[in-house]
Design a protein around this ligand. Structure first.
Ligand SMILES: *[C@@H]1O[C@H](CO)[C@@H](O)[C@H](O)[C@H]1NC(C)=O
Ligand SMILES: *[C@@H]1O[C@H](CO)[C@@H](O)[C@H](O)[C@H]1NC(C)=O
Ligand SMILES: *[C@@H]1O[C@H](CO)[C@@H](O)[C@H](O)[C@H]1NC(C)=O
Ligand SMILES: *[C@@H]1O[C@H](CO)[C@@H](O)[C@H](O)[C@H]1NC(C)=O
Ligand SMILES: *[C@@H]1O[C@H](CO)[C@@H](O)[C@H](O)[C@H]1NC(C)=O
Ligand SMILES: *[C@@H]1O[C@H](CO)[C@@H](O)[C@H](O)[C@H]1NC(C)=O
Ligand SMILES: *[C@@H]1O[C@H](CO)[C@@H](O)[C@H](O)[C@H]1NC(C)=O
Length: 399
């Protein structure tokens, strides 16, 4: 029953693909008649962007200076990168988490007390993008001009709230480009909740594209059991695990886990989901894995000259065998497995719904007028700014 539901979801977005012999190249390209998308199934080139957004505070670790984010300038550079990648044959480009206008990384999981103020958050909100805005259309025009697909990570401003948005985009039937599927991170992690509101678990949906099916999750959604289970239960050929930036350090001494943690999470996702190829875009360090979670291409540095010299990494997949993955009733992501989890759950887990399952929304008005208090940050009010209670405090859920 589940399997047929998923098959139906996938089938609903299937577009007809016709083989197209291209003379002189020695390759047989395919062409999707609905969108005009053309690709070589034996040489499907993908890219993971690592170049930093405009004015992104650097170096990434201990620098807590607030630098004004600039959505337009980040888009201008991204448009160049998309065109450059497409010119060298890239057909799918993946951007890091909230790349537009940049991960607001002055947030600290260990309390406020950095340099950020509600006025800085207001600046961030002003540079967060609205769906279908002129800025969004400028970015989409690059996908229309190049006729390639991609996953865009962005801070979305909607209904006076911010969301961690991850959107699958590409050429549309009418010659434009736009969203094929929109996801918002279910639950921002730790101090991300100073800024961003809760998304929705029902936006985790694998999409069928002409070259294969694509799934995506944002940062630790790739690890947390609920989001991971829901995504992997809709098997895909290609999975985008977007992370904010790769810290190439050996320990977890500040702010974010080391890059090695992200890499392990992304590789494990590919294996546990039944063999999706995984792209892990992050500012600085990025990795592209094959269908067996073996590294195909990788950069392990946050060095700025390196990012300038190589703004994205690329790899090529042989997608000939990328048919829609079969759903297996006996797999780790099956209904039976979900039931098994419930049967096996230990008595230490009280059978009550905690605040985790609430839907928490803060407004730009709140986050720019005071300190939004999250379960994982201590809030110290100042003479100028109060603490704003938005998130439930019981139980100190989810650091
Ligand atoms: C911290 O980042 C800001 C903004 O990008 C930059 O101007 C400053 O030079 C950086 N500080 C250090 C110590 O690198
Ligand atoms: C981007 O540029 C356009 C055109 O100059 C301007 O109208 C818009 O306000 C800018 N967007 C942001 C977020 O500053
Ligand atoms: C928009 O936000 C307001 C204030 O948080 C809320 O009451 C309203 O339900 C929201 N509307 C939608 C469509 O989400
Ligand atoms: C193209 O199609 C999309 C999706 O149906 C639609 O949102 C958009 O308005 C259309 N654009 C034009 C110029 O027709
Ligand atoms: C990694 O990507 C870079 C940038 O596209 C490319 O020059 C290099 O050849 C790739 N390395 C491998 C091993 O594919
Ligand atoms: C791609 O895979 C197909 C199916 O296994 C195979 O026939 C073909 O030779 C492969 N192409 C390349 C370039 O490796
Ligand atoms: C494609 O599938 C065929 C048949 O299962 C297999 O022999 C071949 O090795 C596969 N090719 C690739 C590139 O995985």
């Amino acid at each position: 029953m589940r399997a047929s539901l998923i098959t139906a979801i996938l089938a609903s977005t299937t577009a007809a693909a016709t083989p197209l012999g291209v003379q002189g190249t020695g390759k047989t390209l395919k062409r999707d008649s609905a969108t005009g998308f053309e690709w070589d199934p034996e040489d499907f080139k993908v890219a993971a962007v690592r170049y930093p957004p405009y004015n992104w505070a650097y170096p990434d670790t201990e620098n807590t200076t607030w630098a004004n984010y600039d959505l337009n300038r980040t888009i201008t550079k991204a448009v160049d990168l998309i065109k450059e990648a497409a010119a060298e044959g890239v057909k799918f480009v993946a951007f890091p988490e909230v790349y537009f206008p940049g991960y607001a990384h002055v947030l600290s999981s260990f309390g406020l007390g950095n340099n950020q103020l509600p006025t800085d958050y207001a600046q961030y909100a002003s540079q967060s993008m609205e769906y279908d805005s002129p800025e969004w259309k400028t970015l989409m025009q690059a996908f229309a001009d190049t006729k390639i697909y991609g996953v865009v990570g962005w801070s979305e401003r909607a209904n006076d709230s911010l969301y961690i948005a991850q959107t699958l985009v590409g050429p549309l039937q009418n010659g434009t480009a736009g969203a094929v599927h929109r996801h918002r991170k279910l639950r921002p992690s730790g101090a991300e909740r100073n800024l961003w509101s809760d998304g929705d678990v029902s936006s985790i949906r694998t999409q069928k594209l002409p070259f294969g099916s694509v799934s995506m999750l944002s940062c630790f959604e790739n690890e947390y059991a609920d989001t991971r289970f829901i995504a992997s239960s809709q098997p895909a050929n290609l999975h985008v695990a977007s992370f904010p930036y790769g810290r190439v350090v050996s320990d977890w001494n500040w702010r974010l886990p080391p890059y090695s943690t992200f890499k392990t999470v992304a590789a494990a996702y590919g294996i546990a989901s039944g063999g999706a190829a995984v792209i892990l875009p992050a500012i600085g360090a990025s990795t592209i894995f094959n269908e067996r979670a073996i590294t195909m291409n990788e950069t392990l540095t946050n060095n700025l000259p390196s990012m300038q010299a190589m703004p994205y990494i690329t790899s090529s997949y042989n997608t000939t065998n990328w048919t829609t993955p079969e759903f297996s009733l006996s797999s780790q992501y099956s209904w039976g497995s979900a039931m098994s989890i419930l049967r096996g759950i230990a008595a230490v887990v009280p059978a009550v719904e905690g605040p985790y399952f609430g839907h928490v929304v803060s407004t730009v008005e709140q986050l720019s007028s005071g300190f939004v208090q999250t379960p994982s940050t201590e809030c110290v009010a100042t003479e100028e700014y109060d603490c704003v209670e938005v998130w439930p405090r019981e139980g100190g859920f989810m650091a």
